[in-house]
Design a protein around this ligand. Structure first.
Ligand SMILES: [Zn+2]
Length: 251
């Protein structure tokens, strides 16, 4: 059966001299793996070899999920060209693609996650090269990761202590909060001794996790602290550290 869909390439590996196996996150079908026959030939039917983060309209022959789909058309949208000129921007987008590949299941559609992922790529690509560029990209990346976790049903609990359900009072004199990956959320000072994996958060990082709207305006140091917490959390979920994480945490 021929299927048309909007798609973003999240993985591409060489299969032979002339062909690739590509993973797409599609809007209507979710993640698919497909063989792109002849994609590396000079006159490729897909506008040249398919690169991770390329996106556009695809047509593929669905195998029913039993084996690889076969890609028959890929009309690529203009490449996100700025990504190729800024390493941190590129790493952030490749990190997002890696998470999409590893945290979603084949043929499990999430149209809103597709839209959020594409919006993240466009927003990252459009960041001006100002002194705050790295901070702005980090903010976008953190918000994307929180969207991803929500869409796949793994939203961390951030509105109250996971353990005792007490709501956070960030105005209090000692509003210490901790993030525990095993608890999937924030833990208060009274409960933290019971969670050996907890990470203590600064007041600024706690405030961002309790109210996401504070994320875009936060200092780069605070955002890097949150990103470290998210990487540790994602490492727990995946059972290994995401490959691209070191490029983000090195700044
Ligand atoms: Zn508590």
């Amino acid at each position: 059966m021929l299927t048309k869909d909007l798609a973003i390439c999240i993985r591409a590996i060489d299969y032979s001299e002339t062909s690739q196996i590509v993973s797409f996150f599609t809007r209507a079908a979710g993640k698919i793996d497909a063989i792109a026959k002849g994609s590396k030939r000079p006159k490729s039917p897909f506008d040249g070899p398919i690169e991770v983060l390329s996106h556009g309209n695809i047509v593929f022959v669905d195998s029913g999920g039993e084996k690889l789909a076969t890609l028959t058309e890929f009309q690529q949208q203009p490449a996100l060209i700025n990504l190729r000129n800024n390493l941190f921007m590129l790493y952030a987008c490749l990190f997002a693609a890696e998470l999409m590949n590893n945290l979603t299941h084949d043929y499990d559609p999430h149209p809103e996650l597709f839209d959020g992922f594409l919006e993240f790529l466009h927003n990252a690509n459009e960041q001006d090269s100002t002194s705050d560029q790295q901070r702005d990209i980090l903010a976008l990346l953190i918000l994307f990761q929180l969207t991803l976790l929500r869409e796949i049903g793994l939203q961390p609990i951030l509105s109250h202590c996971v353990n005792c359900k007490t709501s956070h009072d960030l105005r209090a004199a000692r509003p210490e909060l901790y993030f525990s990956s095993s608890a999937n959320g924030l833990i208060c000072r009274d409960c933290e001794p019971g969670f050996p994996d907890k990470i203590r958060l600064t007041k600024a990082a706690s405030a961002c996790l309790v109210a996401f709207k504070q994320i875009p305006g936060s200092a780069e140091k605070t955002l890097m602290e949150i990103e470290k917490v998210l990487v540790q959390h994602l490492t727990g979920l995946l059972g290994r550290t995401p490959k691209m994480a070191k490029h983000i945490l090195q700044g």
